[in-house]
Structures are given as C-alpha cells and as structure tokens.
Design a protein around this ligand. Structure first.
Ligand code: FAD
Ligand code: UDP
Length: 383
C-alpha cells in the first residue's frame, strides 16, 4: 500500500491522515511542534485547571452537516454560543452590531423596522461598490458606528488603516436588526468537552498512523513517500526563495486571577488607545466546568517576523503577486499537494479546514483508482 506523509498535525493533516488510514494507507504525520492540533491546540493549565486555547480562542461553528457529524465521532460537543461584548469609550456594547448595540449606542428604543430605516439614513449612499474595509463600513453602518467599533480595532488587528484593507474582512461580520447577539450565523456551534487536541489525538489513534512530533519535515524527506500532503507555509517549502508572504502574529499576555475576571468569554477593546484587541477568559469557553480560579489572555497583534508563529495571512496586493509565483512553482512539483491555511495562504475557519481536508483525501483516493495525477492544489489559493 502507498506510503503517505502528512506534514502538520493540525486539523488539515489529521483529517487527511484519519481518512486515508481508514482506507489502509500507511501514513506518517510530522509536526515541528511538541503537540498535536496545530493552532487549535488546547491544554489544561496546572495552576487554575482551566482548559486553555493555547493559540487563542477557538469556537467551532458550521452549517455543514457532514463536517458536524464527522467531528462529533471524536468527542462530545457541548452547547456554546459566542456572545461577544465590546468596550468603547468606557461603555459596554453587544457585538456583532445588533438592535441592542444600535439602541445603546444612539440612546434609542428602535424596533427592527425603524432600526433598519434609521441605519439606511446613516450609510454613505455615494459609495456604490465598496472595495475597501472602510468603504464597506461607511456604506452599511455609517461613520459613527464605524469609528466606534471597527476603525481602532481593525487598525490594531491589521496594523493598517481600514482604507488599505479589502471589504471582504468586514463582510465576515453581520449587522442585525433584532436582539440576536450570536456572533456566528452557523447552524451548529459548540466546544468539544475534552478540547481540540483530544479530538486530533483520537483522529490519529490508528494502527496505520505514525506520529512524529518535534520533527520538521524537510524537502529531501519527500522522496521516501509516494505522496506528501503539506500543510506548512507554502513559502517555507521553497525556502522563501521568492520572498516572505505577509502574516500577522499574536502575542498573548497571560494573567491568572481568583473568581470571575470579566464575566464573559470574549470582550473586544475597540479604542485604539488600548494596546490589546481583546481579552479572552478561557473558563467561560467551558461553562459546564466549575473553577474558582481563572486565566485570561490579553491579545496583541503585530507583523509576523522570522521565527514567529504565522496567524493571519494579510493577502495584500504584494502578497498575492508573491503567492502567484509560489503557486506556479508548486504546480511544477511532483507528488505533493499543498493544503490547509498555511499551504494555501488563506484564512480558514476550522469547519472549512476540515471540509477541504476531507475533499482532498477523497480526491486522492479517486486519483489513485483512476490513475490520475493528484494536483498541487485542490482549491485555488489565488481566489
Ligand atoms: P495549523 O493549525 O496551523 O497546523 C499546521 C501545522 O503544521 C502546525 O502545527 C505547524 O507546526 C506544522 N508545520 C508547519 N511546517 C512544518 C514542517 N515543515 N514540518 C512539520 N510540521 C510543520 N477557526 C474557527 O473555526 N473558529 C474559531 O474561533 C477560530 N479562532 C481562531 C483564532 C485565531 C487567533 C486564529 C489565528 C485562527 C482561528 N481559527 C478559528 C482558525 C483555525 O485556527 C484554523 O482553521 C486551523 O488552525 C487550520 O488548521 P491547519 O491544520 O490548516 O493549520
Ligand atoms: N473587527 C472590528 N471590531 C471588532 C471585531 C472585528 O473591527 O470588534 C474587524 C477586524 O478587522 C477583524 C474583522 O472585523 O479582523 C473580522 O472579525 P472576526 O471576528 O471574524 O475576526 P477574527 O475571528 O479573525 O479575529
């Protein structure tokens, strides 16, 4: 049977390994880090006993029933709705922008109908086809809400003025004219009872899978495998020969306290004068657990340097032209498929990561049975 290498033990590598191992392939999973689950890694903090989302808060949400059914084989998902609060000028608001936010911000008691009409009067109608983050915000929520909730936060998060960022970033957030404060609009939402690393451990617990942690996969190792699924950074595979793709990285300032620190899982700090973007209090991601102590993360965003963990692909025009060159190089390689958020340089939520990894595994099996060449990409990274 064919020998497969999955580079990266995040959800991408783990799902591909799990699917192929179940079909009899021999899979070796490599990760440079000393733990499973990539950026979704969770572990219990010994001082507080709280389950920590080590690389930042992760809430599982999806409308894809296939993904939802698949993931639940590996752990029980506990009900969790992400209800984010935002601080601006010493006042607390509800996010994403909903009727509570609009009424509190403008000191009104609007209904869904009158709020929609009111918001229409706030939007800048001269902006017909918004291309930038700023134009998208000005068009749909107007200057006051934009300056309160988006301008400062986005400047801190991306290190760029919102007029330099694409509208697509803001399109991730809804605006609602009712009191629904669920941050996500997905059909299913929850947090795994035993954490994400437990799920990945279960996925990889198979006699056909060998896991090698603390082991960077080098290009010359590829010859020992029939196929490589590479979920590391695409520019790293080519030794950054064309230059480095831009990423944002995060620094977390960890604090431990007694009791309840902020009464909610996530609070965003929208003023630019506050240096962090948000505070997450990890025990509130597991409301079914009881803890007397608590652990919080203050989250700071900055440009990713050599040696930092890449988090958010920036994907500005210069990054995209660099990516085009790496994609061309990748297409000339043999027996390797570039996968996941780093392999394709795209921001991917967990459910999309899992859906794509399932598709990649199926495509590989199909290519094998029909003697077809497995492509370098299953999803076009340039779209
Ligand atoms: P990763 O998790 O990054 O895994 C890649 C792995 O490859 C890493 O462990 C790395 O060490 C390893 N690797 C790289 N190069 C090599 C090499 N040469 N040899 C060996 N190993 C290598 N998604 C949600 O759905 N909900 C959320 O709430 C959410 N919150 C997020 C919050 C933050 C701050 C961030 C940054 C992301 C969030 N996400 C969230 C997205 C989620 O983290 C990703 O969907 C997921 O991590 C992608 O999995 P992956 O396997 O593709 O990549
Ligand atoms: N955003 C903002 N203010 C907020 C929350 C989000 O301006 O309080 C902007 C910010 O630019 C962010 C984008 O909206 O990158 C998308 O928000 P999301 O919550 O999806 O960001 P992520 O989950 O990536 O941190």
């Amino acid at each position: 049977m064919k020998k497969i290498s999955c580079v990266g033990a995040g959800f991408t590598g783990a799902v591909i390994a799990n699917k192929l191992a179940n079909l009899g392939y021999q899979v070796t999973v490599f990760d440079t880090r000393n733990h499973l689950a990539g950026n979704c890694h969770t572990e219990r903090d010994s001082a507080t006993d709280v389950m920590v989302h080590v690389y930042g808060p992760h809430i599982f949400h999806t409308s894809n029933e296939i993904v939802w059914n698949y993931i639940q084989q590996f752990d029980e998902f506990m009900p969790f709705i992400n209800r984010v609060k935002a601080l601006y000028n010493e006042r607390v608001y509800s996010l994403p922008i909903n009727l509570m936010t609009i009424n509190a911000f403008f000191g009104k008691t609007l209904s869904p109908k009158t709020a929609a009409e009111f918001m229409e009067t706030l939007g800048d109608k001269s902006i017909v086809d918004p291309q930038t983050f700023e134009d998208q915000a000005l068009r749909f929520v107007g200057k006051d809400l934009y300056e309160a909730f988006f301008k400062g936060y986005t400047q801190k998060q991306w290190g760029l003025h919102p007029s330099e960022l694409p509208a697509s970033i803001l399109k991730r957030l809804p605006v609602r004219f009712n009191y629904d404060d669920n941050y996500y609009a997905s059909k299913f939402q929850g947090i795994p009872k035993n954490g994400y690393s437990y799920i990945v451990e279960k996925m990889l617990d198979h006699s056909n899978i060998t896991v090698r942690l603390n082991t960077p996969f080098k290009r010359e190792m590829a010859d020992s495998y029939d196929h490589v699924f590479y979920s590391g950074p695409i520019d790293a595979w080519f030794s950054y020969g064309e230059g480095r793709l831009g990423y944002r990285t995060l620094d977390f300032e960890v604090e431990r306290h007694e009791g309840d620190y902020q009464g909610n899982a996530v609070i965003n700090y929208c003023n630019e004068t506050v240096p962090y973007t948000r505070i997450s209090e990890h025990k509130h991601f597991a409301p079914w657990e009881q803890h007397e102590k608590t652990l919080i993360y203050k989250e700071y965003s900055r440009l990713c340097d050599e040696g930092d963990t890449p988090y958010y692909p920036i994907r500005l025009v210069k990054d995209k032209s660099l990516l085009t060159r790496y994609v061309e190089l990748a297409k000339n390689e043999n027996n390797i498929t570039f996968v996941g958020r780093l392999g394709t340089y795209r921001y991917l939520d967990m459910h999309v990561t899992i859906a794509e990894a399932m598709e990649v595994a199926e495509l590989y099996v199909n290519a094998q049975s029909n003697l077809l060449k497995m492509p370098a990409f299953v999803v076009d990274p340039l779209v």
